[in-house]
Design a protein around this ligand. Structure first.
Ligand code: NAP
Length: 342
């Protein structure tokens, strides 16, 4: 294992927030690195369609994530498929750094941005784990294709559930939405689209059990109002009941979270731990791609400003912006940064 490569900024998580943070950090002249356990884009990769990211009338989540990655990679290295195992703040004797240990190596950084996002919440139905990948999915864009012309259900009533249902309907699945209340949480625009598409909704209903043999064959559904349980022949179950924050790394360095586990950050994305910042869905609130990007930009700017205060203005330019500077000239980096660094 290689030891202790030194950075000014390490961003953990390469969703929209992390990629933007890395790009802003590197463009500020910080020696920055983004580390991602999977592939860049995070859960936005799973969004069938995004219609409210400014500048794009309509774009697939994966396509947008790819564009972001391409742009961010012009400036900053994104290490994918490298899981961060531990993160540790080190005291004055170690230069008040943060040690980031991954499956592949370890890194020392002066500042860290946590943009680890969220993961899918489980439904808690009997059979959920057993049939995962055999008829149960948390991602319609990933798995919907296998269920064309087949009866499927989407469980949930939020934006994601409605989008998943619309996507599945569009590709030819026989889709029904099941929601535990009599009102959807999804934005009215999406609710209208669902109605227009003719997707039936089973209201006040919960899925208690998912049954099958080699694959899913049925779900046991309970109607809370009528107090009736019945079994529906179903081949695909798409679970879309919200998300949970991925906060284990934040907890390791004592970053404070709210009662739901989302990191508490101020308007400059600073956390309670000095030189540790948070951005994107991990901070909760309005979980939208545009917000994640904005928070990433703010977090990186705060890291830059905090380092400027302590390190005086002698931050080295990272290699990638340097290449870009050579390629496109000073304007590419902005005059201020050029002055600062050279
Ligand atoms: P969400 O808004 O938290 O909705 C989760 C849904 O699942 C709710 O309808 C909830 O029911 C239901 N639910 C939760 N636990 C359940 C359980 N155990 N059994 C059955 N149903 C359960 O989650 P989301 O839809 O994933 O959205 C997350 C965030 O991303 C939101 O802020 C959303 O606005 C955003 N988002 C936006 C877009 C967009 O196009 N703008 C797309 C996707 C996501 P109740 O309603 O009864 O609580």
């Amino acid at each position: 294992m290689k030891r202790d490569k030194n950075y000014d900024l390490i961003v953990v998580g390469a969703g929209p927030a992390g990629m933007t943070a890395g790009m802003y950090g590197a463009r500020s002249g910080l020696k920055a690195l983004v580390i991602e356990k999977g592939i860049s884009g995070g859960l936005s990769n799973e969004a069938p369609e995004i219609e409210n990211y400014p500048g794009f009338m309509r774009v697939g989540g994966m396509e947008l994530a790819e564009k972001m990655k391409e742009q961010a990679s012009e400036y900053v290295e994104i290490k994918e498929l490298e899981k961060v195992k531990t993160i540790e703040t080190r005291g004055k004797e170690n230069g008040e750094n943060v040690l980031v240990v991954t499956e592949k190596g370890s890194y020392v950084t002066k500042t860290a941005i946590i943009s680890t996002g969220t993961k899918h919440r489980k439904l808690g139905a009997i059979g959920e784990d057993e049939f995962l990948g055999r008829g149960i999915s948390y991602c319609a864009t990933c798995d919907g294709f296998f269920f064309r012309d087949k009866p499927v259900i989407v469980v949930g009533g939020g934006d994601s559930a409605v989008r998943e249902a619309l996507y599945l309907k569009n590709i030819g699945c026989v889709v029904t939405l099941i929601h535990r209340r009599d009102k959807l949480r999804a934005e009215p625009y999406l609710q209208n689209k669902l109605e227009e598409a003719g997707v039936p909704v089973l209201w006040n209903s919960v899925v208690n059990e998912i049954k099958g043999d080699k694959a899913v064959r049925s779900v046991v559904k309970y109607d809370k109002k009528k107090e009736i349980e019945n079994e529906l022949p179903i081949e695909g179950v798409f679970i879309s009941v919200g998300e949970e924050p991925v906060n284990d790394l934040a907890a390791q360095i004592g970053i404070k979270c709210d009662k739901n586990g989302y990191i508490i950050a101020d308007k400059n994305q600073r956390t309670n731990i000095e030189r540790a910042y948070a951005a994107g869905d991990i901070t909760g609130g309005v979980r939208q791609v545009v917000v994640a990007c904005a928070e990433g930009a703010i977090a990186a700017t705060s890291a830059y400003n905090d380092l400027l205060e302590t390190n005086q203005r002698d931050l080295p330019l990272d290699e990638r912006p340097r290449e870009r500077l050579a390629k496109y000239g000073a304007e590419a980096l902005g005059e201020e940064k050029v002055k600062i660094n050279g």
